[in-house]
Design a protein around this ligand. Structure first.
Ligand code: UFG
Length: 326
């Protein structure tokens, strides 16, 4: 039976499609193409352009394709944007997810995997964070995702849906074979902006704050390669299909790099010394977010293949060059 991938034309979703196809699993993609691209979906995959909040449409897809699992990626993901457009984030990420979950429950879907975020931890004081660290989001983005976690936990209890909540840390890199990557226009993520600076798509970049309580004064994040993240979803799906109960899992390697570590790596790997300016802190940036990363490995037997900043950066740069040549 095919798996429904919402947001399958987007950055992480398109890697998920490739991962499942490689193991012979059929997939159906539902994407409104607001930030995704049809060209990132392989031609042999059914791409339905539509709204995840449209319960009639989702119900029809589930029924007509006999969907028994949903992987839900479609969402808005820019933390600073959520500060200026909170209601847009609650509509897209929370209200529409509620409708999707309802359609899944009514359609008899067994397994549901939800893309949550490390942003649910907010400014956690103790590092690294584990799944037991209390959720305390500081942005509408983090709250929009945490509410969906709560809805799923209630749906598990009330309707017997099995749901896995995957909290992503900083996702980066691109498909090692160069078939997909991050194509978001006006991207704000660090490795993406640095890769754009290295390939001449932008004149340079800024470091947002150098006075954080970290060794070099810049923020520390736990970067995870997007293909390792996609594989974690596949393992989670197999785990649930084999009767395993869904839970909350942090998706991260368990070690951090500072903004300056990342910029130096991008300069070294690309061989380009692009201009960097040092500016004020960006609102809502916690100094450090690093996970223990242990539960994902232990529960699912996940072994990362690309736990190396240079490799992540090399793949991001390769995709940037591919996009520039198009
Ligand atoms: N940064 C810069 N310059 C840039 C871009 C980013 O200095 O041009 C800095 C940021 O200030 C931050 C760090 O690089 O300190 C990482 O920023 P990103 O925007 O790449 O990522 P965030 O940590 O803000 O957020 C990401 C995802 C969220 C997710 C969060 C979880 O975008 O969806 O990780 O930790 F919730």
């Amino acid at each position: 039976m095919p798996t429904l991938i919402t947001g399958g034309a987007g950055y992480i979703g398109s890697h998920m499609v490739l991962d499942l196809l490689a193991t012979g699993e059929p997939v159906i993609v539902l994407d409104d193409l607001s930030t995704g691209f049809a060209r990132l979906v392989p031609p042999n995959v059914t791409l339905i352009r539509g709204d995840i909040g449209d319960t009639g449409l989702v119900g029809t897809i589930i029924k007509s394709h006999a969907i028994d699992a949903v992987l839900h990626f479609a969402a808005k993901i820019v933390v600073p944007d959520s500060m200026t457009d909170p209601l847009g984030y609650y509509l897209n990420n929370t209200s529409k997810a509620r409708n999707l979950i309802e359609a899944a429950v009514n359609g008899g879907v067994k397994d549901f995997i939800f893309s949550s975020t490390a942003a649910v931890y907010g400014e956690a004081r103790d590092m690294p964070v584990s799944e037991e660290t209390p959720a305390s989001p500081v942005s509408p983005y983090g709250r929009s995702k945490l509410m969906v976690e709560w809805m799923l936990q209630d749906a598990i209890r009330a309707y017997g849906l099995n749901a896995m909540i995957l909290r992503y840390f900083n996702v980066a890199g691109a498909d090692p074979e160069g078939r997909t990557g991050q194509s978001t226009p006006r991207a704000t993520h660090l490795i993406k902006t640095a890769s754009e600076a290295a390939t001449g798509k932008r004149d340079g970049m800024s470091v947002f704050g150098t006075d954080y309580p970290t060794p070099d004064g810049t923020c520390i994040r736990d970067y995870i390669h997007v293909s390792d993240l996609a594989r974690a979803h596949r393992l989670a799906l197999h785990y649930m299909r084999a009767g395993g109960q869904g839970t909350v899992l942090n998706c991260a390697y368990g070690h951090g790099y500072s903004v300056m570590d990342v910029i130096k790596t991008v300069k070294r790997v690309s061989g380009i010394d692009f201009p960097v300016t040092f500016t004020e802190r960006r609102a809502g940036d916690p100094p450090e977010i690093v996970a223990t990363g242990a539960k994902l490995r232990t529960l699912l037997g996940w072994v990362p293949a690309y736990d190396d900043l240079e490799t992540i950066v090399a793949h991001a740069l390769a995709w940037e060059r591919h996009e520039a040549a198009m």
